[in-house]
Design a protein around this ligand. Structure first.
Ligand code: ZN
Length: 68
């Protein structure tokens, strides 16, 4: 079987919040650490960003208080 890869513009990505599939070229991308999150619109992006901020704070807290 031969796999033909089309240009990434026709690739569908799933929104990280509502899991709707959108063309990668129309998705909003946000770097989240070591992976890139995709969103169908600003609504979903803002919803995700709130949670991501919480996560970040929770993860950073113990790090900042590292005993010397
Ligand atoms: Zn969405």
């Amino acid at each position: 079987m031969v796999m033909i890869q089309k240009s990434t513009e026709s690739t569908l990505v799933a929104c990280d919040v509502c899991f709707r599939e959108i063309p990668r070229s129309e998705a909003i991308n946000a770097e989240a650490g070591d992976y890139v999150a995709h969103f169908c619109g600003l609504d979903c992006y803002h919803r995700w960003a709130e949670h991501a901020a919480d996560d970040d704070a929770a993860k950073r807290e113990p790090d900042a208080r590292r005993p010397s």
